[in-house]
Design a protein around this ligand. Structure first.
Ligand code: GLY
Ligand code: MN
Ligand code: MN
Length: 448
């Protein structure tokens, strides 16, 4: 366990906030399962990872659990989880059990999950509206269960009492809530960012010609786990030389060679929160001329994107600013021809910059939350304005594949620089800068 506490109070506050929102929608009942454990092979599981929405509202990390929220005359929050079982706990570790879980996590009631089928139809009676994560059911059989319970409730009451006739997607209000981070989330996200930055520092300092990509991955993992993170937020990308032109190249067997760059895109998950950092640096500790030229462009694009990340800006302002700098740079270096306006309008830059400049960051590395103004549905809605305590990545890049019309000096250079930012009242705070981005600082670090 890390030393970062997840205050139980904030989970309770989120449930209360969602219940208040449910009342504005006309009241009802919300049902939310956690994730389903998955087999890796035969009787061996992948490491269990809770469902993000479920964890956001409960703080509960065990599998086989459901959350029920009732927005009625009296609000109720109810947890279903596995009963204590000394024999199974001997093999698989301690369980909370409903009684201790209700006390510790501040639920009004908690029941054995084995009682779900018996209790759930009863709980549904009296509620015409049901909220459940329609757009994010991790398993069809869970959704089928909800259908079954509603059907049983309907047959039971035969119209004497209300049963859910209107289903709403629980993901929508939850995504809006999750988009603005509360103070307890920001504490964890800063710590996750710091651990990941230190992991990148370690990998940078370990780099030398002749090492394999997987050896740098090992350096990253060492710091993640040593500093108390539970694991990776996504599989680490370690890309030597030309591999950097594959955006999500997993750390593999390639050897890092003198004269090449290496790109690392890696971040830990701490207490359910992701971090996401990319650094690109020379294997031998010195940027070459062409590498320097492209790196400078990407860094300047990132600086411009950062300058366009504030509550005065729309979501897309940072991307537009970065694209302008990248495209001008490509023109200056002879990788594109024509005018800036033409290149922007026709999108010729996309050959070298084919992804967006960032995404929301939170419990999921590509976190939930609409990028355009509500209501959801059409592409024509304006981009939403940034607000304090939103968290996003800022990650421009350039990727140059060999081609006859591209100067050979730039072939196989792939560069991305990615930092995590919290939107503040005035601008944004970069929380991943314990690992430098300036070329001189990187080179100095690698000399030691
Ligand atoms: N690591 C995936 C991304 O940067 O979006
Ligand atoms: Mn990212
Ligand atoms: Mn990344």
């Amino acid at each position: 366990m890390s030393n970062v506490a997840s205050p139980i109070q904030s989970f309770k506050q989120r449930r209360e906030q969602l219940l208040a929102r449910m009342h504005t929608l006309g009241g009802g009942i919300a049902l939310l399962p956690t994730a389903v454990p998955r087999y890796r092979n035969r009787d061996t599981h992948y490491t269990f990872r809770h469902d993000s929405d479920f964890f956001y509202l409960s703080g509960f990390k065990e599998s086989e659990a459901w959350l029920v929220l009732i927005a009625g005359e009296v609000n109720q929050s109810i947890l279903f989880c596995e009963e204590k079982n000394p024999e199974l706990e001997l093999w698989n570790g301690k369980r909370w059990g409903p009684q201790a879980a209700a006390e510790h996590f501040s639920f009004d009631q908690a029941y054995d999950v084995a009682e779900l089928d018996r209790r759930m139809p009863e709980l549904l009676l009296g509620h015409a509206q049901l909220l459940t994560p329609l757009s994010n059911f991790s398993n069809q059989s869970l959704l089928n269960k909800v259908h079954d319970w509603v059907g049983i409730a309907q047959r039971k009451t035969r119209g004497a009492r209300a049963t859910p006739i209107k289903w709403l997607d629980l993901c929508e209000p939850l995504s809006e809530m999750r988009l603005i981070k509360d103070p307890s989330e920001l504490v964890i996200m800063r710590e996750a960012a710091s651990i990941s930055a230190r992991a990148h520092l370690r990998a940078m300092q370990a780099t030398q010609p002749g090492l394999h990509e997987y050896e740098l991955e090992a350096e990253l993992l060492h710091t993640f786990r040593k500093q108390g993170a539970q694991g990776v937020a996504y599989d680490s990308i370690v890309a030597a030389g030309a591999n950097a032109c594959v955006l999500h190249h997993p750390a593999g067997n390639s050897v890092m060679r003198d004269g090449e760059l290496v790109l690392i895109d890696a971040g830990c998950e701490l207490e359910g929160y992701a971090s996401d950092i990319t650094r690109t640096f020379p294997v031998n500790g010195r940027f070459s001329g062409p590498q320097r030229a492209l790196y400078e462009i990407v860094l300047k694009a990132q600086q411009e994107a950062v300058a366009h990340t504030s509550p005065k800006h729309q979501w897309n302002a940072g991307h537009e600013a970065a694209v302008k700098v990248l495209t001008q740079g490509l023109l200056d270096e002879g990788l594109l021809q024509g005018s800036l306006e033409q290149a922007l309008e026709t999108g010729t830059y996309k050959r070298f910059y084919m992804h967006r400049t960032g995404h929301w960051l939170g419990m999921d590395v590509h976190d939930v939350g609409a990028y355009r103004m509500p209501p959801a549905g059409s592409q024509d809605r304006p981009w939403r304005m940034l607000q304090p305590n939103m968290v996003l990545t800022i990650e421009p890049g350039l990727y140059v594949r060999p081609a006859d019309d591209v100067p050979e000096a730039f072939w196989n250079i792939g560069i991305r620089i990615e930092d995590d930012a919290i939107v503040t009242e005035q601008g944004c705070a970069l929380i991943t800068r314990e690992v430098p981005v300036e070329m001189a600082e990187i080179e100095a670090l690698m000399r030691h």
